[in-house]
Write a protein that binds this ligand. Structure first.
Ligand code: PAF
Length: 277
């Protein structure tokens, strides 16, 4: 695996790749979730490019940009083991040079859920993903269902801007006790780590209720809320039962829905979701 930093270097290496190119954009501190994307890309594409870039524009000033975990040596060893061909690690100056002022925004689907509490987050994501796509020019790009709204937003952007890229969304990878893998899990102390399992437990309970015939959106939200609120170390930020593509909140009986939530465990903000139906 070759590691490069600058856009000219990336373009030169990209030009040497023959056949289909898969792309796995990441912010590093890789876990099995990221590696599952890279493995799938390696299975499906002739060559795979991964990027590691902790994108400053998707963090609000109050968020954890400075403390976001980083371990480039370990990340690059893991990506090499999986079979990634090219690792691109741009610098913030390379991506956002002095005077930078161009943004890509996606409208309705970024205003709800994560976008409601993190108003500038998706503008940062869509802008950086556009820049990464423009440089790498992949045929396929791989994202995780863990960031369900991000996947919806990227699909919308790719369709709206006619990127010739297939967006592939891979399932959430979980710990044996159900906690969805996240680079931010590293912030949790042992008690918080244990308490955090309430996110997946509450979603599983809602899925079981749905399978047993409870299709009322309000009741599904209420069930999740009740289970999470019973865990004193966890504070619910939002709970949603929304249309999986439009992300509009659903009411009454639902046939298919994205159940998603954000919660704080101490200072750590975690998200999780499940699709029912
Ligand atoms: O999902 C992530 O890790 C990031 O949001 C992404 C897509 C790499 C953009 O910075």
């Amino acid at each position: 695996m070759k590691t490069i930093t600058t856009i000219p270097e990336l373009r030169a290496e990209r030009a040497k790749l023959n056949g289909s190119v898969g792309f796995v954009p990441t912010m590093g501190y890789l876990h099995e979730g990221h590696l599952s994307l890279a493995r799938r890309a390696c299975e499906e594409c002739a060559s795979v490019v991964a990027s590691i870039f902790v994108n400053p524009t998707q963090f609000a000033p109050s968020e954890d940009l400075a403390s976001y975990p980083r371990d480039l040596a370990r990340d690059s060893r893991l990506l090499e083991e999986v079979g990634v061909n090219l690792l691109w690690t741009p610098t913030p100056d390379e991506m956002y040079a002095e005077g930078y002022q161009t943004w890509v925004t996606v409208d309705e689907v970024t205003k709800v859920l994560e976008g409601a509490s993190r108003p500038t987050h998706f503008r940062g994501v869509t802008t950086v993903v556009t820049k990464l796509f423009n440089a790498v020019q992949p045929q396929k790009a791989y994202f995780g269902q863990k960031d369900a709204q991000q996947a919806v937003v990227i699909r919308r952007m790719v369709q709206d801007l006619n990127f010739p890229i297939e967006v592939i969304v891979c399932p959430i990878v979980r710990e044996p006790d159900g906690l969805a893998l996240s680079s931010r899990n590293t912030y949790l102390n042992p008690d918080q780590r244990q308490a955090a399992t309430v996110l997946s437990r509450s979603l599983n309970a809602a899925r079981d209720a749905f399978l047993a015939g409870e299709h009322d959106a309000h009741k599904l939200r209420a069930l999740i809320t009740e289970i999470v609120n019973a865990e004193p170390m966890v504070t619910l930020e939002y709970i949603s039962c929304a249309h999986p593509d439009t992300l509009q909140e659903l009411h009454g009986a639902v046939e298919r829905a994205l159940l998603s939530m954000a919660a704080r465990v101490g200072k750590t903000r975690l998200i999780d979701n499940i699709v029912v139906g």
